[in-house]
Design a protein around this ligand. Structure first.
Ligand code: F6P
Length: 368
């Protein structure tokens, strides 16, 4: 029987457990054996108990559990060839020739590199006597399929990543709570949300909660952003708003590339010569990433997990490594490398303050 393994890597995101459950059960459904690699790439490098056979029953109820129940890690050993050699050996010793990885762009790039290097890795294992030719013969080809798990929704080529809608729901719930106390005291709040290179969470939360002002990395405000923001907020106060909510993504910058921090915004809102608002900061942090997956993420993770197994079965040596996307509500397969390159080019373009390019690469419209 063919053996398919599933692994989670990088930062966790709600919905990862739904993806694991779907992969494990679909693999069994199509007559394969299912395995889980525990603790991300660390499990692949160390092998032993960290590579575990999984049955149908083992993932019962996993869809409604937060985080990832098979663990995740940022594994430095896998960046080195020596670590990847150990990973290849452990896969062969366990009879696994296909790996479905749920993680962000960094984790998926590592996976594609592993696949590209595979023939030379297994060749070296024979040369150094770690494995015999007979042992490697059935494993000439490594199949890799990516599932994108990230709360930031920062992957090019897909409309949504597993976890982003749960994180958005968490943020909205927290902002609702902040608003109640803000309105009671007629205060202003600066709410800092995650998103290193991607303002999707901040922007969508701004729309969904009716925030007064939003700062995102992809669209820095013009040089006079301070006056612009104060004018908007003053107008909102004039028309009777008792609360002010400013949302700032952790990666927000001005046109010159200077970070726009929560403290900077607090000082500006509280400035006695200006708006003079009693202002507090709420950094939402990891509560955004925690908790259980919302219905959409459970459904997305399940459909994409099933599709990932199908993609493994369809793979040929010439198929470029795919990742499973969703485009206009349809589950699709896309070449992984191009999407990762586009994603990394967005981060680079933001760093170089080429915001038009960043927006066009992300394939998302951010209009005024
Ligand atoms: O990639 C998702 C993300 O949530 C980012 O927005 C954030 O900067 C980062 O993870 C923080 O992750 P950690 O605390 O695990 O390093």
């Amino acid at each position: 029987k063919r053996r398919i393994a599933v692994m989670t890597s990088g930062g966790d995101s709600p919905g990862m457990n739904g993806a694991i459950r779907a992969v494990i059960r679909m693999a069994i459904e199509v007559g394969c054996e299912s395995y889980a690699v525990l603790e991300g790439y660390e499990g692949l490098v160390q092998g032993g108990d960290l590579i575990k056979r999984m049955d149908w029953e083992d993932v019962r109820g996993w869809q409604s559990e937060g985080g990832t129940l098979i663990g995740t890690a940022r594994c430095l050993a896998f960046y080195e060839r020596a670590g990847r050699l150990k990973g290849a050996k452990n896969m062969i010793l366990n009879g696994i020739d296909a790996l479905i990885i749920c993680g962000g762009d960094g984790s998926l790039t590592g996976a594609d590199k592993f696949r590209t290097e595979w023939p030379s890795l297994i060749g070296e294992l024979v040369k150094t006597g770690e494995l015999t030719q007979e042992q490697i013969d059935p494993f000439k080809q490594l199949n890799i399929v990516g599932l994108v798990g990230s709360i930031d929704n920062d992957m090019s080529g897909t409309d949504a990543t597993i976890g982003c809608f749960s994180a958005l729901a968490n943020i909205c719930e927290m902002i609702d709570k902040v608003e109640a106390t803000a309105a009671s005291h007629s205060r202003a709040f600066v709410v800092e949300v995650m998103g290193r290179h991607c303002g999707w969470l901040a922007l969508m939360a701004g729309v969904a909660t009716g925030a007064d002002f939003v700062f995102i990395p992809e669209k820095p405000r013009s040089e006079n952003w301070r006056d612009e923001m104060c004018k908007v907020i003053a107008r909102h106060r004039e028309i009777g708003k008792r609360k002010t909510i400013v949302i700032v993504a952790e990666g927000a910058h001005d046109m010159q590339g200077n970070k726009i921090s929560s403290e900077m915004l607090r000082e500006l809102l509280a400035d006695k010569k200006g708006l003079a608002l009693d202002t507090r900061i709420t950094v939402l942090g990891h509560v955004q990433r925690g908790g259980t997956a919302c219905a959409y993420d459970r459904y997305l993770a399940t459909l994409q997990g099933v599709e990932a197994v199908r993609a493994v079965l369809d793979a040929t040596p010439d198929t470029p490594t795919p990742f499973i996307a969703i485009n206009e509500n349809k589950i699709t397969r896309k070449p992984l490398v191009q999407a990762v390159l586009d994603t990394q080019a967005v981060a680079k373009a933001i760093e170089n303050q080429d915001f038009e390019r960043a927006m066009s690469l992300r394939d998302t419209e951010f209009s005024d």
